[in-house]
Design a protein around this ligand. Sequence first.
Ligand code: 13P
Ligand code: SF4
Length: 315
Amino acid sequence: MSQSTSIDPTLDLRAEILRLKRELNAILLCHYYQDSEIQDLADDLGDSLALARRAAATDADVIVFCGVHFMAETAKILNPDKLVLLPDLKAGCSLADRCPESDFRAFLERYDNPFVISYVNSSAAVKAMSDLICTSGNVLKMVERAPKDRTIVFAPDRNLGRFAIQKTGRDMVLWPGGCEVHEVFSEKALVQLKHRHPEALVLAHPECADNVLRHADFIGSTKDMLDAVTRETRASFIVVTEPGVIHEMQKRAPGKQFIPVPNEAGCACNTCPHMRLNTLEKLYLCLRDRAPSIELSPELAQRALRPLQRMLDWS
Ligand code: 13P
Ligand code: SF4
């Protein structure tokens, strides 16, 4: 049965979302790439690692995830008996979507007993084929802990994988995937911005391509970048990741300047189209209707939990 998506225009959406959240004993977990009006309603705002940890520890009855599908799915793997809501089920991720289960299985068959590390930006099926999960916040620690006598296969982000190879010196086979947002930041525009703002510190996400990362002063997860803007004494920062994170940067370091970087197509702020599918209206509707929810077979959830739990134990 299709649900009504009509909303009374006189409704105070923010107040209704907070009321429904209380009524359902729900927790609202939110990623930094969401619209600022959604970030401002979150119980917890974080990078993928912090949100996974929070999902693992919550005693709420319902988890509402404002992020993309793999993030909500991770919360479901950690809480198979809880209701996990995602305002728009179509909020996918190019990294997860471009690493299909069957292709990945065939890829792994090329190697003898590989140790498989999957970035959390992957499907539950790919996680279930992995030995260990990592996020951009703990990738170096996870790669360093991989056994020395096994071929390491890293998927699905070749940029994050290459960054980890450079930093740890570990050899790894990389699945050839990339993020459609981070791979298309314009190197030319970044160089021009550096000339225009020579005093600015360049912060970049490790999902960016090598030609962009080589201009960065600091490379890290969204949380690590946020820590950098409060730690560093600089007054301005060039931010090479999805610009949603700038909202929290401005809150934590008011008075400092944050400069987004355009993509190769010239789009001034290079936003993630998947993250931005979630809206305040859809958040309200999903709380009102208790749908759409993440559904996973218990058997798959159990297999995907093993490498995810190992990550949480090791980080
Ligand atoms: P973080 O874990 O650094 O927040 O990154 C998530 C993500 O999807 C980056 O594109
Ligand atoms: Fe996926 Fe890239 Fe969007 Fe992050 S920014 S959710 S990696 S498509």
